[in-house]
Design a protein around this ligand. Structure first.
Ligand code: NAD
Length: 375
């Protein structure tokens, strides 16, 4: 029986547009039990020629330059937001009002006020919503979640999460949109620490109090337009926070794009009363687990590539590793199932709002130099 089609409109077509369109294309081919068939219906951008080129390259049926017009179309079921944070709220709220299912890139918004309006809009319309914190869907991370939920680590005491990159350490690297508060909302905080924090909420629990430090090392950079003029950097280059969780665990987050040699070092370590686990995106198919602290115990390195592991059954035989892009395929797989079930997957816009409140608390704490409670 042919599956019901789900027409996807994707806004933005660069980095995340490429990962998402790849995921929408691949998901039907590998996940045989997917309940609906996503169709790459229309890609939306601002420049006619560029979006026309993206349509061909990414495999969409149509290209458009007005997301407002596309959202008004009755034949669009899903709106996939792959633009910078300054446009998330307007697009998502309009999509909710038009009754579409919404997948939105992280962080959900540039402010708590915007996130409140977005969460309110999907609550009112009953739209399916999801924030693309794709690392929840890396098989090794999903296995870590299962081990913790099954009590294998006992009571969780520590969460240590770092997300380190080095792409702006050169002071002459241009002031791209990620370095502008009006466009990105924040720097490392929203860009990468938001993933570290979302993973802590997934694996450990909700942060209730934070003590943050934000640093900007290079305060002016060349504008990317080649004019030779310089522009102000008004976001953090590095963000750090000590964290207290509601369940009594304590932790640490660090996000920096000033860590030479670290390309996409998204690493977490969790210590519980019975054991520990470690995961690092740059070795994403492995999960280090210690369940025995005796003289012959220590960390075991599990190759999370067995058909019994989360999501892996859809791919290759054991040991035939998967990559970064698969985390997005798993995300859209769960999203499509949720659309068919009529219930939002996690993290939904309510999670996105909670995440935004934590980011905001870190910012406020850094500004006043004191611990701040997460509302
Ligand atoms: N999940 C992840 O791991 C991950 C990784 C990178 C980026 N992101 C997030 O994805 C989003 C996009 O980041 P990116 O790296 O793809 O950026 P990018 O600069 O590579 O692409 C942004 C795209 O949005 C388009 N765009 C910008 N403003 C627009 C507007 N007002 N209307 C229509 N199109 C517009 C641009 O033309 C471009 O195609 C951000 O929210 C970012 O934080 C998430």
């Amino acid at each position: 029986m042919p599956k019901q089609k789900l027409n996807v409109a994707m806004i933005g077509y660069d980095f995340m547009g490429r990962t998402h369109s790849n995921a929408w294309r691949q998901v039907t081919r590998f996940f045989a039990d997917i309940p609906c068939e996503p169709v790459l219906k229309v890609v939306v951008g601002r420049t006619k020629e560029k979006v026309a080129e993206a349509r061909v390259r990414l495999g969409f049926e149509e290209a458009a330059t007005s997301w407002e017009e596309v959202l008004a179309r009755k034949d669009i079921d899903v709106v996939d937001i792959c633009t910078p944070g300054d446009s998330h709220a307007a697009i998502a709220i309009a999509a909710a009002e038009a009754g579409k299912a919404i997948l939105c890139e992280k962080p959900l918004s540039n402010s708590v006020a915007e996130a409140e309006r977005m969460a309110g809009a999907v609550k009112k319309s009953g739209s399916i919503s999801m924030v693309c914190h794709n690392y929840r869907r890396v098989p090794a991370v999903a296995l870590a979640k299962k081990l913790i939920d099954d009590g294998k680590l006992g009571t969780i005491h520590h969460y240590r999460g770092v997300y380190l990159q080095d792409w702006i350490v050169d002071p002459n690297f241009p002031r791209v949109w990620r370095l502008e508060k009006a466009r990105a909302g924040s720097g490392s905080l929203g860009d990468i620490l938001s993933h570290t924090m979302d993973l802590s909420r997934y694996l450990v629990g909700n942060p209730v109090e934070v003590s943050g430090v934000l640093s900007t090392f290079v305060k002016e950079r060349p504008l990317p337009d080649g004019s030779g003029k310089r522009g102000v950097v008004d976001v953090d280059d590095a963000a750090q926070a000590l964290v207290k969780f509601e369940n009594g665990a304590v932790g640490y987050y660090e996000g920096s794009r000033f860590a030479p040699g670290r390309k996409n070092y998204n690493r977490l370590e969790i210590n519980g009363s019975k054991g520990s686990l470690v995961w690092d995106l740059e070795r994403m198919n492995e999960l280090e687990v210690c369940l025995d602290t005796g003289p012959l115990g220590g960390f075991t390195n599990i190759s999370v590539t067995d058909g019994s592991h989360p999501y892996i059954g859809a791919w290759w035989p054991a040991g035939h590793i998967i990559g970064y892009e698969h985390s997005f395929t798993h995300t859209v797989y769960d999203f499509v199932k949720a659309v068919a079930d009529g219930k939002s997957p996690r993290p939904d816009f309510e999670d996105g709002l909670i995440n935004q409140r934590v980011l905001d608390a870190i910012e406020r704490s850094a500004a006043i130099g004191q611990w701040v409670k997460v509302p």
